[in-house]
Design a protein around this ligand. Sequence first.
Ligand SMILES: *Cc1c(COP(=O)(O)O)cnc(C)c1O
Length: 306
Amino acid sequence: MIPRFKPYIGQGEFVASLFPQREAVAKFEMEFAKAFESRSAIAFPYGRSALWAFFNAVGIRNAEIVIPAYTCSVVAHAVVLSGNIPRFVDVAPSDYNMDLGLLEKAITERTQAIVPTHLFGYPLDADRLHEIVRRAESRYGQKIWVIQDCAHSFGARWNGKLVCAEGDAAVFGLNISKMITSIFGGMLTTNNLHLANLIRTWRDLHFKKPSRLKSYRRRIYLLAVYAAFHERFYGGVNWLEQKTQILDPLTKAYHLDGRIHFPPGFDEHMTALEASVGLIQLTKYAEIIRRRRKAASYYNEQLRKL
Ligand SMILES: *Cc1c(COP(=O)(O)O)cnc(C)c1O
């Protein structure tokens, strides 16, 4: 049985979760910014919380926000829960990303932001996106914010440039299914220090301190995840997931596609424990990418034979 994803976690992450560093969240933000060549990074409990906070902090409300029709449902949820209207653009069959040929027509005088997703590691054409946005801005005489959704494409580049740097901000997801993990968690990066300050201040004013219980829960979750994805147990775990409802609170509840909803704790700060795990994962980023590329080329080779 081959899991759809498998977090690359080991002893270091467990030690980090038992002995979280002091000021771990601030350190994680700094190291994350450095790793993805950004001037500033701001940590959140989920990627969706980062998007939600962005719209609120910037004051985008009752506006249309353009997103791809094929993306994680939490993107649309963040748009709606911040008081805005998602405007879906169909995706292109070549890379499953927003079809830029359809984007121009989707922008109206009500559009205040675009959230292009770079799905499965495929970068969207950042240059063409800029051109379309620039034209729309001058046509409607207003700012259109571009928030790159890099949840699947942390270090992806278009024409040699990181896509996460091509816009006003970028958001990243850090749950256990992402490229690197801080157990749960999300990150927002930006090169605009004024914007960074605005979002950080808004976050610190509106986000709650996480409870001690949350850290215990996260630690147990990390252990459970490690066991669940172990080769010896994964077959059984998969059976439980397919045949019973025992795991639903851990799997299905994470994002409900049928209901516009954020999980409890979406407005609580990232814990120091999670940030400490994230710091370890960040040092393994290059190795994780190497392993993923190796696995991908193996699949490509084997599937070609069929
Ligand atoms: C995971 C993901 C996010 C952020 O998800 P959270 O679960 O809120 O951290 C955003 N966009 C895409 C495409 C994702 O896959």
